[in-house]
Design a protein around this ligand. Structure first.
Ligand SMILES: Nc1ncnc2c1ncn2[C@@H]1O[C@H](COP(=O)(O)OP(=O)(O)O)[C@@H](O)[C@H]1O
Ligand SMILES: [Mg+2]
Length: 253
């Protein structure tokens, strides 16, 4: 192990149960705008195990993206604790948090968020530049991941030379390039037609089968049914948490 890895490992505490990767306790997020306070999350308790496939549903404004941003360590809670894979996130410095986030989490967004003027290959190798991987290793890894999402013959194309579904595959390859254990996807099919959306969901199925933990935000019930567990949030609290019909057995209905 490098000194850096040893140092990061030493920051671990016993804040998740064995087998869990995510545990939030009484998580609140309050946005302050002028003299107004918006309580986007009001005490969320959510535990997610390794290799679970969870959809987070709820109407617009219910707090889905806020919860995703907290789970993804893109923002910090106003109150409550968040434990990610053994790390109590509130106890980490910004720098430590960024390192853990890059290692543990891959993000996929509704609008793909690709660099418009860069090839698929460059978009995918970008996260590896930040962690100091050599150029040869970066290109080899980016090619490998692009091939695994079915884009082996499109690596030199720029986003505007690709379809929406292909762009989202590039974004998924970019999310996978650091081999994160958790994939967070916020409305990943929101900008796609339903056939292309189904193809992207088939790819998420594959990632799940390869051992990833998947957390997917959607307001579409058809898309949520791809997951194995559906958590519904309403006005900043969990209103429902159940298995999807896809894996429900007669005993558990
Ligand atoms: N950066 C922000 N500043 C102020 N209010 C925000 C901000 N982000 C979200 N909100 C408010 O928090 C609530 C939850 O928003 P959000 O998490 O985006 O919901 P969803 O993703 O379910 O549509 C909404 O009332 C929204 O207006
Ligand atoms: Mg949202």
């Amino acid at each position: 192990m490098t000194d850096e890895t040893t140092r990061i490992e030493s920051l671990k505490s016993n804040c998740v149960e064995p087998g869990e990767v995510i545990a939030t306790t009484n998580l609140w997020k309050t946005y302050v705008m002028g003299d107004q306070e918006v309580h986007a999350l009001r005490g969320v308790n959510l535990r997610i195990k390794h290799n679970e496939y969870v959809a987070i549903m709820g109407p617009s404004g219910s707090g889905k993206s806020t919860l995703m941003n907290l789970i993804g360590c893109l923002d910090s809670p106003t109150r409550g604790t968040y434990c990610l894979n053994g790390f109590d996130v509130s106890k980490l410095s910004d720098d430590e948090l960024a390192r853990i986030r890059n290692k543990e989490i891959g993000f996929v967004f509704q609008t793909f968020n690709l660099l418009a003027r860069a090839s698929a290959l460059h978009n995918v190798e970008l996260p590896l530049i930040y962690n100091g991987t050599s150029a040869t290793a970066r290109i080899e890894r980016a090619k490998e991941v692009l091939t695994s999402v079915g884009l082996g013959s499109r690596m030199d194309h720029k986003p505007n030379e690709m379809s929406g579904g292909q762009r989202q595959r590039v974004a998924i390859a970019r999310a996978l390039v650091n081999s994160p254990s958790i994939i967070l996807a916020d409305e990943p099919t929101g900008n796609l037609d339903s056939k292309t959306g189904d193809e992207i969901m088939a790819l998420f199925d594959e990632l799940h089968a390869r051992g990833n933990t998947i957390i997917l935000v959607t307001h579409e019930p058809d898309i949520a049914e791809y997951a194995h567990r559906i958590v519904t949030i309403r006005d900043g609290v969990i209103a429902n948490d159940h298995l999807s019909s896809r894996i429900r057995t007669p005993e558990t209905v």
